[in-house]
Design a protein around this ligand. Structure first.
Ligand code: ADP
Ligand code: ADP
Length: 232
């Protein structure tokens, strides 16, 4: 479903050169929950952002479903991204818009008809348990509720893949658990493939089936979560 071949990425600033990704190879099966774990600076964020080309790799190929992501031109990339949802550590909601408008936003941008947007947004808000918050503003919500809005927005375009960039890192342990349970439910209900990055072992062990360990831009270990933790 997702195949990453020989991805490299170097950041060059006037003062330093950092090899953030060094020959990364990965394979994520359709319907999996795949976790990438590593310390701060390991390259996790760079790697997950390469999957939807928020970051441009220097070399290598990324295939998601039928799309060779790394070969796409601007317009094709815009279409391909509709099938790749993403959630963020700091939620990235639009503060001046209501919960409903935030979730509707990707559909509105895509030129969807108003009459099609409403039922779809309502369905997504029900899915994440926020049907009663449609008219609230992000500032009126708890952290967990904000991330639920982020999840609803990520799923509203019916993506095949959900990317999670430290989605629970800003949340307390109880809320983290409820968001992870929601993601696991969504994976079960929709068969959606989830790729997440985290620096927390608990997160990985709680919902991931497969994993890779990233260290200094290289994958140093990968496999099934159960097997890797049975034989430390
Ligand atoms: P992680 O998500 O695991 O913390 P990152 O992918 O953010 O790691 O960063 C990997 C390395 O690349 C780090 O050394 C970081 O400082 C560097 N880096 C990340 N983004 C940039 C950037 N825009 N410019 C220069 N260096 C960067
Ligand atoms: P908070 O951030 O305030 O701790 P949560 O993120 O735990 O709240 O939950 C937000 C809302 O979603 C609550 O109203 C809760 O009852 C509801 N909720 C919690 N878990 C689920 C679930 N798995 N499916 C649907 N709704 C849920």
């Amino acid at each position: 479903m997702i195949v990453v071949n020989n991805i490299n990425k170097t950041y060059r600033t006037p003062t330093q050169t950092v090899k953030a990704l060094d020959d990364i190879n990965l394979r994520v099966e359709k319907g999996d929950i795949f976790g990438i774990i590593g310390f701060s600076g390991a390259g996790k964020s760079t790697l997950i952002r390469c999957l939807n080309r928020l970051e441009e790799p220097d070399s290598g190929t990324i295939v998601i479903g039928d799309s060779v992501i790394t070969d796409l031109g601007k317009n094709e990339l815009r279409n391909a991204r509709r099938k790749i949802g993403m959630i963020f550590q700091h939620f990235n909601l639009l503060d001046a818009k209501t919960v409903f408008q935030n979730v509707a936003f990707p559909l509105a941008v895509a030129g969807c008809a108003k009459k099609d947007i409403r039922p779809r947004v309502e369905e997504m808000l029900a899915l994440v348990g926020l049907a009663d918050k449609a008219n609230a503003y992000p500032s009126q919500l708890s952290g967990g509720q904000k991330q639920r809005v982020g999840i609803a927005r990520a799923l509203v375009g019916e993506p095949d893949v959900l990317l999670s960039d430290e989605a629970t890192s800003a949340l307390d342990p109880h809320t983290t658990y409820s968001i992870l349970e929601l993601l696991a439910d969504i994976n079960r209900q929709l068969g959606l493939t989830i790729v997440l990055i985290t620096h927390e072992l608990d997160v990985l062990q709680h919902i991931c089936r497969h994993m890779a360990v990233l260290e200094n831009g290289r994958i140093v270990e990968s496999g099934s979560v159960d097997k890797l933790f049975l034989h430390p």
